[in-house]
Design a protein. Structure first.
Length: 237
C-alpha cells in the first residue's frame, strides 16, 4: 500500500478568486512505514500573498520570487503522486487548490491521478466529536512532537500528519488478512494428515460439572429465563 501524506501552503484561502499554491510537501509511506522518499517545492505564485497568510506560513513574496512556477514542477509532482492514496488534513482545501493548478495546465485532476483521498480532519471529527482537531491538537492528543512547528510548513506538516495518522489508525492493519496469506494458510492446512494425531479428551469432573451448572443457572436467572440454550435443549435431547 502506497500512501502520500500531502500538505500545501497558499497565498490565501480561495483558489477561485485567484489564490495560488506557494509550497507543496509530500511524504511517502509504504505499508505503513515511511520510505524516506519526500517531495518538496517552494513555488512562485506570480502574485502577492495575503498579509494574514504570510503570518501563518512566513513565506514572503521576496523569498518566493526566484522559485519555480507550478508549470515547471508539475511533471515531477504528477509522477510522484500517481496511483497513490493521498492522506490530507482538511482535504477539500488542498485538493481544491491542486485541481485549480492542474486545471490551468490542462492536466488530470487529483481524482484521476490518485486512487483515493483520505481526509484526516473528517476522521478526527468522528473520533473526537466536539474537540479541536487541528494538527497541533492532534499532535498533543497522540503524543507527536511538534515543537519545531513555529509556523506552518508543507513538508513539516505532512511529516507530522504521517505520524499522527499512524497513531490514529494503530492496530487497524492487524485486522486485515491478505488474500495471498489466507490462500497459503489454506493449502498448508489441507496438506496436514490430521488422522496421524490422537487428541486427548479430558472430561469435566463432578466439581467442574456442578460449578458449570451453577453458572448457567445464574445466567438464566439474570436474563429472566430468556437464555438461548433453554430453547435449544429439547432439540439437543
Amino acid at each position: 500500500m502506497r500512501q502520500i501524506f500531502l500538505d500545501t501552503e497558499t497565498t490565501g484561502l480561495n483558489a477561485e478568486s485567484g489564490d495560488r499554491i506557494i509550497e507543496i510537501g509530500c511524504v511517502e509511506m509504504l505499508n505503513r512505514r515511511l520510505s524516506g522518499r519526500n517531495l518538496h517545492f517552494y513555488l512562485n505564485p506570480e502574485r502577492s500573498s495575503h498579509e494574514d497568510a504570510v503570518k501563518v506560513h512566513g513565506l514572503t513574496d521576496e523569498f518566493l520570487a526566484d522559485k519555480p512556477k507550478f508549470a515547471e514542477i508539475v511533471a515531477d509532482f504528477v509522477e510522484f503522486i500517481r496511483g497513490a492514496e493521498l492522506v490530507i488534513h482538511n482535504a477539500a482545501f488542498d485538493v481544491g487548490f491542486l485541481n485549480n493548478e492542474l486545471g490551468l495546465l490542462q492536466q488530470e485532476s487529483i481524482d484521476q491521478l490518485c486512487g483515493e483521498v483520505i481526509d484526516t480532519l473528517r476522521m478526527a471529527r468522528e473520533m473526537r466529536p466536539g474537540k479541536k482537531n487541528n494538527l497541533n491538537a492532534l499532535c498533543a492528543e497522540f503524543g507527536v512532537d511538534n515543537s519545531g512547528r513555529q509556523v506552518h510548513g508543507a513538508l513539516l506538516d505532512a511529516g507530522l500528519l504521517a505520524e499522527v495518522y499512524i497513531r490514529m489508525t494503530r492496530g487497524q492493519d492487524s485486522l486485515v488478512i491478505d488474500e495471498v496469506e489466507a490462500s497459503t494458510a489454506e493449502v498448508a492446512l489441507e496438506s496436514v494428515d490430521l488422522s496421524a494425531f490422537t487428541l486427548p479428551v479430558i472430561a469435566a469432573d463432578a466439581a467442574e460439572v456442578q460449578a458449570h451448572a451453577a453458572l448457567i443457572a445464574e445466567l438464566d436467572q439474570a436474563s429472566g429465563g430468556k437464555t438461548v440454550w433453554k430453547a435449544a435443549e429439547p432439540a439437543v435431547a
